[in-house]
Design a protein around this ligand. Structure first.
Ligand code: ATP
Ligand code: MG
Length: 373
């Protein structure tokens, strides 16, 4: 590759060019250069002409420069090489040099020099920032691990203490430590239901921590999903009837897949109890369906209750997220759906909510992979 340079016009060409340019012979001796190069290096023209271009390269980069010059001589063109360039005042700067063979009577090369100090500093700063971000991330990961362990420990201890409290309350309510009067019985019942709520919170927190830390073990068995869903509905029926809610179901029979029965029942418990809480106050209805859809099993729980605005359909799966509805007195903690999502995902499935809007009911769907034997 060569560049045709008309000798007479070569100095005009050098001067008119916005870059720092110089012409060197095949040994690297400087034959000419433009004033931009002189300004950059701090020399006068007389001081530069006749000198080896390698004299302007900082000592530690001279070998690279020589190597690249030989390569350029062989190939006719030299790729950009980052080297440290020396100024007349002894200071150095980071630059990139490129070269090309010219079509001249004798072999010469046109070399361009670019001052990349600014770019180099920016890269340097970016590398520093990168290091800083990395160490902050490491600190955060460490802190988050400590928080995870702390939550798990507190939830575990809370669960054990509550089990003792509930045991004593049961003994007192059963009259094993003497009979209680009406007032005392009422108060003990309040202690009982409050400790039950606390127990649920401790269990939920533990489950969620284990799911997040990938420590929740699944007891995966090949069994009838149709039976498990039917059983969950049966368990909930008395609760629904007590609130005047009608539950209907269409369950495809004899579908078998591999799943953890207790955990899928837990998902159903939360979806059904949510449906009961948010169901229409007059003529409440809940419909449960189970169908095979290709390689998946789809379970849907629909209610005719408060509905969910579109913007909240995915948010309800976030930890502690509860939609503020002044018309409702919800007592949960907003962990149920995050746990459901974690369990369904562990099964290789997916869960999502659908609603036509406020007051138009909600459907929660989840898919489980089907495994037929
Ligand atoms: N069927 C439903 N209809 C309308 N809103 C619902 C329905 N199910 C859930 N939600 C909304 O999603 C929020 C989160 O539900 P989630 O089950 O995670 O928590 P929770 O029921 O409030 O408490 P818990 O941790 O005891 O389950 C609920 O507080 C409610 O605002
Ligand atoms: Mg819930």
């Amino acid at each position: 590759m060569t560049l045709k340079l008309d000798e007479k016009k070569s100095s005009d060409f050098l001067e008119e060019n916005p870059d720092c340019l110089c012409i060197v012979d095949k040994k690297g001796m400087v034959l000419d250069c433009n004033s931009k190069t002189l300004d950059l290096l701090g020399y006068s023209k007389n001081e530069i002409i006749g000198k080896s271009c390698f004299d302007f390269v900082a000592e530690q980069d001279r070998a690279i420069a020589l190597n690249r010059f030989e390569e350029m001589a062989r190939r006719g063109i030299g790729i950009g090489t980052a080297i440290l360039i020396k100024k007349r005042n002894g200071t150095t700067f980071h630059g990139i040099c490129k070269g090309i063979k010219t079509k001249d009577k004798r072999t010469t090369y046109l070399i361009s020099i670019k001052d990349t100090t600014e770019l180099h500093d920016k890269i340097h700063n970016l590398a520093d920032e990168n290091e800083m971000i990395k160490s902050r991330l490491q600190q955060l990961a460490k802190r988050s691990m400590l928080t995870d362990e702390l939550i798990a420990t507190i939830a575990h201890d809370l669960k054990s203490s509550l089990a003792i409290i509930r045991g004593y309350v049961d003994i007192l309510l059963a009259g094993h430590m003497g009979s209680l009067n009406e007032d005392q019985t009422e108060r003990m019942k309040i202690v009982n239901s409050t400790s039950e709520m606390m127990m649920k919170l401790a269990v939920d927190l533990l489950d969620l921590q284990k799911l997040e830390l990938e420590k929740l073990k699944m007891d995966m068995q090949s069994q009838s999903i149709s039976d498990t869903i039917n059983e969950s509905i049966l368990k909930f029926e008395p609760n629904a009837i007590a609130r005047g809610i009608e539950i209907t179901s269409k369950i495809q029979k004899d579908l078998v897949c591999i799943f953890d029965k207790i955990r899928i029942e837990q998902v159903m418990m939360n979806l059904l109890s949510n449906a009961i809480i948010h169901c229409s106050k007059d003529r409440g209805r809940i419909d449960v369906t189970l169908n095979q859809e290709g390689s998946m099993i789809r379970i849907s729980i629909s209610d005719n209750g408060t509905g969910i605005e579109e913007k909240n359909l995915s948010r309800v799966f976030s930890k502690f997220y509860q939609i503020q509805n002044p018309a409702e007195n919800t007592r949960g903690t907003g962990l149920g759906l995050s746990i459901c999502e974690g369990i369904v995902k562990k099964h290789g499935g997916r869960i999502w909510a659908e609603s036509a809007g406020l007051g138009k009911g909600t459907t929660f769907n989840f898919l489980l992979p089907l495994n037929q034997y």
